[in-house]
Design a protein around this ligand. Structure first.
Ligand SMILES: [Zn+2]
Length: 88
């Protein structure tokens, strides 16, 4: 897990917004694969990825937080965003 960069929650939110936006553009425009809009740029290197994978982190003993793991390909940057359940 040490190779993952921390992703601030506002960046995770921006990323999710961008992905939702992109999806609705594809759906509303009935776009086919080569016409898809580009994915959101990698927050670390700024390269446009070909694939973004995000999944919930598996629970681990002694870790009392929920996190989302986000992987960018092909640049290979991996992020971990903690989702805080308590809003200050
Ligand atoms: Zn990158």
């Amino acid at each position: 897990m040490s190779d993952r960069l921390p992703l601030p929650s506002h960046q995770l939110a921006a990323l999710q917004d961008a992905m939702t936006e992109r999806e609705s553009t594809i759906i509303s425009g009935v776009l086919q694969q080569p016409d898809y809009p580009p994915l959101a740029a990698c927050p670390s290197c700024g390269h446009a990825p070909e694939q973004i994978t995000s999944k919930a982190e598996a629970p681990r003993y002694g870790v009392y937080e929920d996190a989302v793991l986000v992987d960018f390909a092909p640049c290979g940057h991996k992020f971990r965003a903690v989702i805080s359940l308590e809003v200050p």
